[in-house]
Design a protein around this ligand. Structure first.
Ligand code: GRF
Length: 220
């Protein structure tokens, strides 16, 4: 930033260095794309130092590489156990030492070791914890979630940002955003409405989480 601009913007001058994040994904990377847009527009004070995908050849990897972010595949099926997969992901992240790990359409489970306790966030496309019994957990992603919400007859859905623990989608909810379920909605209709809500919810939740947990920012 030029000197004139810095002195002209007290807020900019006060702004702390961005938190360092790793993004975990498995698919299209729309969530990553949205986070990058928010970073660019100045509304999200993080930097994404690394992207790890559990699948090769996905669009999320292209988004990362186009943005100049080191992107790696740690493929789930190459590791026989949850512990082995967890170890491979942690090894991959070791040189980054992220302040936060952001799951963004990540379809694998990893164990949360003490060094990442409270540092891993996920966004799930239904309202947790209420939907935990029918629209969350292993295998519940994409349209399956929205089909389950519709089958349950819910009049509201939405998205939840939660802290990740060792169990799928069971970590404490941190922030939710509600959308209506409208008569005649298909899963695709609901998915689009929920994803729109996610695009504001996730960046806002990350900002709020950082503000509430300044102790998580590592000294560098
Ligand atoms: C969204 O449904 C989100 O809630 C879930 O993954 C989906 C987005 O995936 N965690 P992507 O960003 O399009 O890959």
């Amino acid at each position: 930033m030029g000197e004139g601009r810095a002195s002209g913007s007290e807020e900019g001058a006060r702004r702390e260095a961005p938190w360092r994040c790793v993004v975990l994904l498995s698919g299209t990377g729309r969530t990553l794309e949205n986070l990058l847009d928010r970073i660019d527009s100045g509304s999200l004070n993080i930097r994404i130092d690394q992207v790890i995908s559990s699948r090769p050849g996905v669009r999320g990897l292209e988004i990362a590489r186009d943005a100049g972010i080191p992107a790696h595949v740690v493929r789930g099926r190459q590791y026989p156990t949850l512990e082995a997969y967890t170890a491979a992901v942690y090894d991959r992240m070791a040189d980054v030492q992220p302040d936060l790990v952001l799951m963004a359409g990540f379809l694998r489970r990893i164990l949360i070791r003490p060094e990442l306790d409270g540092r891993v966030l996920n966004i799930h496309p239904s309202l947790l914890p209420v939907t935990a019994l029918y629209a969350a957990g292993r295998g519940m992603y994409g349209d399956r979630v929205h089909d389950a919400v519709l089958a349950h007859g819910d009049v509201e859905s939405g998205a939840t940002v939660h802290v990740v623990t060792d169990a799928y989608d069971e970590g404490p909810p941190f922030m939710t955003r509600t959308v209506p379920v409208l008569p005649g909605d298909t899963a695709a209709d609901l998915a689009a409405r929920v994803f729109e809500a996610e695009c504001t919810l996730y960046p806002e939740a990350i900002e709020a989480y950082m503000a509430q947990h300044p102790e998580l920012k590592r000294a560098r």
